[in-house]
Design a protein around this ligand. Structure first.
Ligand code: ASC
Length: 160
């Protein structure tokens, strides 16, 4: 390789190779932007698993606080991270399969309200669990589910 480069430099051909070198660098950068959609898919999958674990635990007459607390930690972590899951490079376009509606990017204020509503309900789980009152926890879980649904109804294409 160094022999090839050396001979290219010595013969003044390196300048011709430069666009090719930059094209080689640009491809991974574009791929990184496209990969933001799978990143949010993974994030929502983890969130869904944590919320399911929370709801499953609440079916027991005496759920283990450690399970509830661990689920709430994961849900709150997702609520904090979701703000970074919709970079402009991950909007729908030919070749990028995503259930995210274009309104997320064309009406960012409205979308932000939905994200904030989810965040607020995620935060509210913590005092609900701390109360130790099952009915309070179940109501908080229902409110969180409603926030999920509110956002899906507006900003997610039907997956079926
Ligand atoms: C869940 C889950 C969702 C929401 C949504 C609420 O448990 O995984 O995406 O609730 O179904 O309607």
């Amino acid at each position: 390789m160094s022999l090839i480069v050396n001979s290219a430099v010595s013969s003044g051909r390196l300048r011709c190779l430069m666009p090719l070198l930059f094209a080689g660098l640009a491809a991974p950068l574009l791929a990184a932007a496209a990969n933001q959609a799978p990143a949010r898919v993974a994030g929502y999958r983890d969130l869904g698993a944590a919320f399911k674990a929370f709801n499953d635990a609440l079916r027991s007459p005496s759920p283990q606080p450690a399970i509830l607390q661990a689920s709430v930690r994961k849900i709150r972590s997702a609520a904090a991270q979701q703000y970074g899951w919709f970079p402009s490079g991950s909007a729908p376009r030919p070749g990028l399969k995503t259930a995210a509606k274009p309104e997320i990017w064309s009406q960012p204020g409205r979308f932000r309200q939905s994200q904030d509503a989810f965040s607020a309900q995620a935060a509210a789980l913590e005092p609900a669990v701390a109360s130790g009152n099952l009915a309070v926890m179940r109501t908080a879980a229902r409110s969180l589910g409603a926030a999920c649904k509110g956002c899906h109804d507006q900003f997610r294409f039907d997956l079926d």
